[in-house]
Design a protein around this ligand. Structure first.
Ligand code: GLN
Ligand code: ZN
Length: 748
């Protein structure tokens, strides 16, 4: 029996966010390029040392990046779109990442079902000349520190193509691209590398069978070079493609045993005796300590099938923070059951040693003890559980159908104008929050200052002439964190940063126990705002599905159950907002779409509970209350019936960046409720002109009955400046007024 250990990637932002700090300094010209690279190399080398000291046998290297590792592969492979070709070096790199005067950046999108965003490669027939010197330099550096353990990570050609924007069908470009990969492997060959990891997560997508021939011919060419290849897959199982994928001519295949049904497949179809199986069993996507009582039986199942194994995380550890032991502010029983990257390395080693017959019982016992202590620390909340069990269908249903409740709701002018919720988070607002958190100002002073911001925001909205106002969300740093902090069952880390994209890092909340609302969360700010204006103020909540999708969820109960618990808390909040006089309440679900499972056969199940969770939070609203929801940056075409089933009275969507495609998807499907088809891009500093906005609105009018149309920006305004927001909103209101006149004066 041969048991090894491996890693598939590591957090690359630096334990103290060194890369972000260096990037920002570089962008503001306070740091030179060489120092920026030096920071990255230091972070990378520290990571290597940590993994070596933990005793990992094959350490994945080469994933450290200044911005995005997929962008790095675009550069290494010479996939430079025409518009960047006159640039070079870091200027070119950051232009591709972030754009440059008049040159739009590469498109950015989510990496599979994670919250990491990558830059979409754009591939045209004409590949640019390139060499692989940067890759070779990294490998040589890694070998000095890691020796034979250094295992280069290569983004696989098929995954790259599946995620790219292509000028041609895959079958036409795969040959020339494959040649590039052969060149790369040939360049690596003299370095005497034991093995290369080729990451092909696209193999878990539901439609892989269509590309069987491409995979087979590609891998037949790549293995010719003679470096042993580990074909690495993750995020789900291989599905129906399992039998042929395991026969691809590589030395090793790595599978994810934390998601999907790879274990079933393995038992059914076996595994080739001439290959090593990479057992991705330590969850790289969540932060909970391993449960030996659950994992050892899986390993026991695998052992008789194949005995040449590597124990490893299920995916790159980039999706978890560095070190749970630093979270000294968390209660100890909780901290003890958390596992970030460093703890996961130890878990990999403990599991491998146990499998080899070494006595690691005392470590395993410690884990079990910690688990028991945690269960005592966070017992189930019987009240919430009973409430959930006693829910009947009515709880998910508004008391009247849309057609009947709509006439009872607030009547507004045609093309009502509103915003999505947040207003500029100025440095003053952020400073205020910092001062309060550090105890430099009292809570009373903090609230007074927030109220002053609200008052100013109301004034600006009235001046702009908006119909439905918001309070501005100045008290919220983040739409999930703000609610999580007020709910029992959520915990927040101090250092738990993970990369969202480029220099933007987030600290996802941890859901660790039953969720209970302790007190109203948004009512005070709502009342303050409403006391200042005759116009309706829209109550603003974050929906249950978004709360789950942007957190680390529990693994002891289903995501559905967690979402329903949050929905119950929001339900109380909806009732309290109504009692405080709210006639319009928005429940944001920007993350609904991105939670879709990778395989479409599992969509139905997810959408069924996700939509139910939303309905549970909104179902308590009186028919007179208008429920809004908001989603951004997603396509709806394939899930439109589910969007309809949310039964929101008004749906606001991002639309301006997708060329009205989202709107067309909605209208083609005959969406019958009201729609705010976001008419200007809040990510752009450009102030949209009235003419442009009117143009956008006319597209809406051409596609939807006028009674259904709302007028709003495509997302929250918190990243913009007031001097951009004020004129933009004035123009937006102006455009709505012009349209009202145009349409109602002409008697349409
Ligand atoms: N109400 C939130 C805001 O305006 C919505 C944010 C989002 O859609 N991501 O900031
Ligand atoms: Zn949005």
């Amino acid at each position: 029996m041969s048991i090894q250990t491996a890693t598939l990637g590591y957090p690359r932002i630096g334990k103290n966010r060194e890369v972000k700090k260096a990037l920002e300094a570089f962008w503001s010209e306070k740091l030179d390029a060489e120092s920026l690279w030096e920071t990255l190399r230091q972070v990378e080398e520290t990571n290597w040392q940590t993994q070596r000291e933990a005793g990992i046998d094959r350490i994945g290297i080469g994933d450290a990046t200044l911005y995005d590792s997929v962008l790095d592969w675009s550069i290494y492979l010479g996939l430079i779109p025409e518009r960047f070709r006159h640039l070079s070096g870091l200027e070119q790199y950051f232009a591709m990442a972030r754009g440059k005067e008049g040159i739009p950046a590469l498109e950015m999108t989510k990496w599979f079902d994670t919250n990491y965003h990558y830059l979409v490669p754009e591939i045209s027939a004409q590949l640019q000349p390139t060499d692989f010197n940067p890759v070779l330099a990294t490998v040589k550096r890694a070998q000095q520190i890691l020796g034979k353990r250094a295992t280069p990570i290569i983004l696989g050609p098929m995954t790259l193509l599946r995620l790219s924007r292509l000028d041609m069908p895959i079958s036409e470009i795969i040959r020339p691209l494959c040649d590039r990969y052969v060149n790369l492997l040939q360049a690596l060959k003299p370095l005497d590398i034991e093995e290369v990891q080729i990451h092909e997560p696209a193999l878990v997508l539901g439609d892989t069978a269509k590309f069987k021939d491409d995979y087979e011919s590609t891998y037949a060419s790549l293995v010719q070079v003679g470096i042993p290849l580990d074909l690495v897959t993750y995020f789900d199982d291989l599905g129906e493609s399992y039998p042929w994928v395991i026969q691809l001519p590589v030395a090793s295949i790595s599978l994810d045993f934390t998601r999907g049904r790879n274990l079933e497949q393995l038992k059914r179809h076996g595994f080739p005796s001439d290959k090593r199986l990479g057992v991705g069993i330590v969850d790289g996507r969540n932060i909970w300590q391993i449960r030996p009582d659950r994992l050892l039986p899986i390993l026991d199942d695998i052992k008789p099938i194949t005995s040449n194994l590597s124990i490893q995380p299920s995916a790159s550890l980039q999706f978890v923070p560095y070190d749970a032991t630093r979270e000294t502010k968390l209660p100890e029983p909780l901290r003890n059951v958390l596992s970030f990257a460093e703890q996961k390395l130890q878990e990999v080693v403990i599991l491998a040693q146990t499998l080899q017959g070494e006595d690691r019982r005392s470590q395993l016992q410690d884990i079990a003890t910690g688990q028991t202590a945690f269960e005592q620390f966070s017992p189930p909340n019987t009240q919430v559980q009973q409430q959930l069990q006693s829910l009947n269908v009515d709880a998910f249903e508004r008391s009247l159908p849309y057609a009947q409740r709509q006439p009872l709701q607030l009547q507004l002018p045609p093309f009502p104008t509103t915003t999505i919720g947040s207003f500029p988070q100025t440095s003053q607002v952020r400073k205020l929050r910092r001062q309060w958190k550090r105890g430099e100002i009292t809570l009373a002073d903090y609230k007074k200052a927030i109220d002053a911001e609200i008052a100013q925001c109301i004034r600006y909205q009235e001046e702009a002439g908006l119909d439905v106002l918001v309070h501005g969300e100045f008290e919220r740093t983040d739409m999930v964190e703000f609610f999580g902090q007020q709910l029992q069952g959520f915990a927040f880390t101090q250092h738990g940063w993970v990369q969202s994209y480029g220099s933007r890092y987030v600290r996802p909340p941890i859901i660790y126990g039953d969720v209970v609302r302790q007190a109203p969360m948004t009512v005070r700010e709502f009342k303050v705002a409403q006391s200042l204006t005759e116009k309706p103020i829209k109550g603003m909540l974050t929906g249950p599905v978004t709360m789950i999708n942007w957190s680390y969820p529990r693994t002891d109960i289903s995501r559905q159950e967690q979402a329903f618990q949050i929905a119950l808390a929001l339900r109380q909040e909806v009732a309290d907002l109504e009692a405080a006089g709210a006639t319009i309440i928005q429940i944001d679900e920007p993350a609904l779409r991105e939670g879709l499972p990778l395989k479409s056969e599992r969509w139905q199940d997810y959408l069924s509970w996700a939509v139910d969770a939303f309905r549970l939070s909104a179902g308590i609203a009186k028919p007179q209350t208008q429920i809004h929801t908001h989603m951004c940056y997603s396509e709806f075409g394939d899930i439109i019936q589910h969007i309809q089933r949310l039964d929101a009275d008004v749906l606001s969507i991002e639309n301006s960046r997708s060329n009205n495609e989202t709107l067309f998807e909605i209208t083609n499907a005959g969406y019958a409720h009201q729609v705010g088809n976001g008419i200007y891009d809040i990510h752009s500093p450009v102030i949209p002109t009235t003419e442009h906005l009117l143009e956008q609105l006319r597209t809406g009018v051409a596609n939807l009955p006028v009674e259904q149309i709302w007028v709003n920006p495509d997302c929250g305004l918190k990243t913009r400046h007031w001097d951009e927001v004020i004129p933009a909103l004035k123009n937006m209101v102006e455009a709505a007024k012009m349209l009202r006149e145009e349409i109602y004066a002409s008697g349409k």
